[in-house]
Design a protein around this ligand. Structure first.
Ligand code: 5AD
Ligand code: SF4
Length: 471
């Protein structure tokens, strides 16, 4: 691709500017795994340009903030950080760059320009690949740069990437979202759904397997719409590749890749969870049986206002069908508490679904008003104290259920992918089950990065304790 060749030229130019000096960068990633994957790409480009990563921003010549705007607390975090960085900017002349979803919002850019004029570079989600060119301009021309596009960016292939882990890798399969849930800012900042070419995805994963990666997470705002816009003629079609024409067929093909032992994916939408995907999960022995199925609310009324396009009953029916077809299925979910108009009765419906489904994990969020979304304009906003009170009730129920679900593991034998030494006790090892539970056990160093069998001997709130079974 010509565009990427050009960026590679800029990478060489920046490297020349940095010749003989070891420049250091610090990167802060906010938000979801898609953003983390973008940060790995930014890190890849920076390393190519002669920068090396540091964990302390005090040591850095360049600080890069990759932002998220899904909830308000990310904004507070960004402004706090910028306040801290002002001194480093005046004293040491560091370069400050801000990218990511928040920079796709005009009012945020205005605020940064006004209140934090020392920021050198602002770039958006659609111009990530142009980071080398933008950085070159900043270094060479000593200019302040704003490089944000409103139109949907292409998915560029061939950018360098520096991954955080040696065994687990995220692979973006699609970008953007067409669903417009009424609380959500994502469709406005990430644009319309664009799938990646199946050939590029497969080649990337085969390459990762060769490098020794064992677990792959397929990423997208709406993974089960993979190739839908292309099929519906909204986007140009790709050339046929190994019979991949949908998310289900992609899952089946990834499952065949030698060396890959585990496959995960986030996030699917319940309305698009078709039978072929359920069957592909059942048949794919490497596909983890923990499925993330965002509920958002258990009330049909609220789901309608949220524009989720399923009812409480449809969600429960889908879960029932999935449990019937996929042996050992476990589920995790996202729930928003306090969406406009949520009555006590609506909230009870959410608790009811949680009680019925028995999720392995629930990610709970207080509803956060996002400028430009329909939810923000709704009149019946819920007072903060009511949101908090409901949030705490939900949390209590989730914790009770977690304890119950942890107990089920005691006495079972689990396959665990070993990450490395445990963070809190370096003499022990830590890994994850298929259902993503942390397991701590004693074992030899050569278990690290391998799949091992562990007998679970006790349960604790955030981890399971196990014993290695000699094969
Ligand atoms: N307020 C609170 N939570 C939100 N999410 C998305 N938008 C909002 C919002 N405005 C949550 C949803 C989504 C997860 C990634 O973030 O639950 O699934
Ligand atoms: Fe946001 Fe809904 Fe799209 Fe998910 S499906 S990214 S919640 S609009």
């Amino acid at each position: 691709m010509q565009e990427i060749e050009e960026q590679k030229r800029y990478m060489k130019e920046v490297k020349k500017i940095n010749e003989g000096i070891t420049k250091k960068y610090y990167i802060l990633t906010m938000g979801c795994q898609l953003n983390e994957n973008d940060s790995e790409k930014l890190s890849g480009m920076l390393e190519e340009m002669g920068y090396s990563k540091v964990e302390e921003e005090k040591e850095a010549d360049l600080v890069l903030l990759n932002t998220c705007c899904i909830r308000e607390n990310a904004e507070d975090k960004l402004f706090g950080k910028l306040g801290e960085l002002k001194r480093a900017k005046t004293e040491n002349g560091i370069i400050i760059a801000i990218g990511g979803c928040m920079m796709q919002q005009d009012h945020m850019i205005e605020k940064i320009k006004k209140s934090y004029p020392f920021v050198d570079l602002i770039f958006g989600t659609h111009t990530l690949h142009k980071f080398p060119e933008d950085l070159y301009q900043v270094l060479n021309e000593k200019e302040k740069i704003k490089d944000v596009l409103d139109i949907d960016g292409e998915i560029y292939e061939g950018l360098p990437i520096k991954r955080d882990s040696k065994i687990k890798a995220s692979v973006t399969i699609m970008n953007g979202c067409n669903n417009f849930c009424s609380y959500c800012i994502v469709p406005y900042v990430r644009g319309r759904e664009r799938s990646r070419n199946p050939k590029d995805i497969m080649e990337e994963i085969v390459g990762l397997a060769k490098e020794g990666y064992k677990e792959i997470t397929l990423l997208g705002q709406n993974v089960n719409s993979y190739l839908r816009s292309e099929k519906e003629g909204l986007r140009p079609k790709f050339e046929e590749y190994e019979g991949i024409h949908s998310f289900a067929t992609l899952l089946r093909k990834v499952n065949e890749i030698k060396g890959i032992e585990r496959i995960r994916f986030i996030s699917p939408h319940p309305k698009d969870f078709t039978q072929d995907v359920i069957e592909a999960i059942r048949d794919g022995e490497k596909i983890c049986k923990l499925i993330h199925l965002p509920l958002q609310s258990g009330s049909t009324n609220i789901l309608k206002k949220m524009n989720r396009k399923y009812s409480k009953e449809q969600y429960l029916k889908l879960v029932e069908n999935m449990k019937k077809i996929i042996p050992n299925l476990t589920l995790s979910t996202d729930i928003i508490v306090g969406f406009p108009g949520e009555t006590e009765e609506d909230f009870e419906d959410t608790l009811d679904v949680v009680r019925k489904v028995k999720f392995e994990q629930v990610y709970m969020f207080l509803y956060s008003r996002r400028v430009g979304t329909p939810g923000d304009k709704m009149e019946d906003q819920i007072p903060e104290e009511v949101k908090h009170e409901r949030f705490n009730r939900l949390k209590k129920l989730v914790e009770e259920q977690m304890e119950e679900s942890n107990q089920k593991y005691v006495g079972t034998i689990q396959t665990v992918l070993v990450d490395g030494p445990s963070k809190n006790n370096k003499t022990l090892l830590s890994g994850r089950t298929d259902s993503n539970k942390v397991v701590i056990f004693e074992g030899p160093q050569n278990c690290i990065h391998q799949l091992v069998k562990i007998k679970i001997i006790s349960e604790h709130m955030w981890y399971l304790r196990g014993e290695l079974i000699e094969e």
